[in-house]
Design a protein around this ligand. Structure first.
Ligand SMILES: [Ca+2]
Length: 262
C-alpha cells in the first residue's frame, strides 16, 4: 500500500513503483472497455474495477509501526495469503462520490480513525479483520470513502464483493505459488502463468505487479488486477478478468517476503 497513507514512504525504503503508477497501470487494465465510468445499465453500478491485493509482509517492511504490522505473526492469515487493499471503481478519478469536504480532508491527511465506521454486518466485519489487516488502522474506512462511495452499492455489499474476489485468488494456484516461494523470488512470467492456469489463458496479462525496495531486496508488494463486468455474490473471477484489457506487467521479478524484518 505504498503511498496510500501519509506515511507510505520511509527513509531509505522508497518504493520502486509509486502507488500512482501502480494504480494507473491497473487502470490501463480494462481501460477502454466501458463507457468512461458510466453506471451499468439497470444496476447503476460501474462495470470496471481494479482489485488491489497486497503481500502484507512486504508492506510491513516499510510500515513496521502500523498496528497491523506490529501484531503480525508467522502464523496469522496475512503471513501467507493475499490481503485486501482495495476494490477501485474506474476510471481512476472516480473517487469520493458524495463525500463531504471535511471527510475528504481527513482522509487525505491520513486521519482515518476520524472517518465514520463502515456499516457492515458482523460476518463481514469478522472477515475483514482477517483478510484486511489494515482494518487495525481503519484502512476500510479510507477505502470506502475514497473508492467504495463510487461503487453504487451498500457498504456491506461492497466489502462482500471485495472479500469474495480476494477469496477466489487465495483459493487459486496464484496463492499456492506465493505460499511455496516465501523467502524466495518470483518472476512476472511465473506469476502471470499461475493466473493463466487458474483463471484462463490471458488472465495473467491483466495483472500488474508493484514492487518496493527494501535495502538490497526488491519485494513484491501488491498485485493490481483489471476487472470488467458485474461482480455478483459468487463472482466469476475468470470472466471478470478476461473482459479487461491487457496491461504492462509492472515489476519484472521480486522477493516473496516473509513475516518479520529481514
Ligand atoms: Ca519481511
Amino acid at each position: 500500500m505504498p503511498g496510500d497513507g501519509p506515511d507510505g514512504k520511509s527513509a531509505g525504503k522508497a518504493p520502486l513503483i509509486a502507488d500512482a503508477g501502480a494504480k494507473s497501470g491497473g487502470t490501463t487494465a480494462g481501460g477502454g472497455q466501458t463507457r468512461g465510468g458510466a453506471p451499468a445499465p439497470g444496476g447503476g453500478r460501474p462495470r470496471e474495477f481494479v482489485l488491489a491485493i497486497s503481500w502484507q509482509p512486504a508492506f510491513c517492511e516499510t510500515h513496521a509501526n502500523k498496528a497491523e504490522c506490529r501484531s503480525q505473526t508467522a502464523t496469522r492469515f496475512d503471513a501467507d495469503h493475499f490481503t485486501l487493499h482495495g476494490l477501485w471503481p474506474q476510471p481512476r478519478g472516480r473517487e469520493y462520490c458524495g463525500v463531504s469536504a471535511r471527510q475528504r480532508s481527513d482522509d487525505r491527511a491520513g486521519r482515518w480513525e476520524a472517518l465514520p465506521e463502515v456499516a457492515v454486518d458482523a460476518e463481514t466485519r469478522a472477515a475483514l479483520a482477517e483478510v484486511m489487516p489494515g482494518t487495525r488502522s481503519a484502512l476500510e474506512r479510507h477505502e470506502w470513502l475514497r473508492h467504495g462511495t463510487c461503487s453504487g452499492t451498500s457498504q456491506d455489499a461492497y466489502f462482500d464483493d471485495a472479500l469474495a474476489l480476494v477469496g477466489a485468488i487465495n483459493a487459486s494456484k496464484v496463492r499456492d505459488l506465493f505460499g511455496a516461494k516465501i523467502g524466495g523470488s518470483l518472476t512476472q512470467a511465473e506469476i502471470r502463468a499461475a493466473f493463466d492456469e487458474s483463471f484462463g489463458a490471458g488472465a495473467g496479462k491483466r495483472v500488474r505487479i508493484a514492487c518496493s525496495r527494501d535495502g538490497d531486496r526488491r519485494l513484491i508488494g501488491e498485485l493490481t488486477i483489471g476487472l470488467v463486468g458485474e461482480i455478483r455474490p459468487d463472482p466469476d473471477l475468470a470472466a471478470l478478468i478476461s473482459a479487461a484489457r491487457p496491461t504492462d506487467g509492472g515489476c519484472n521479478d521480486g522477493v516473496v517476503d516473509a513475516v518479520g524484518l529481514q
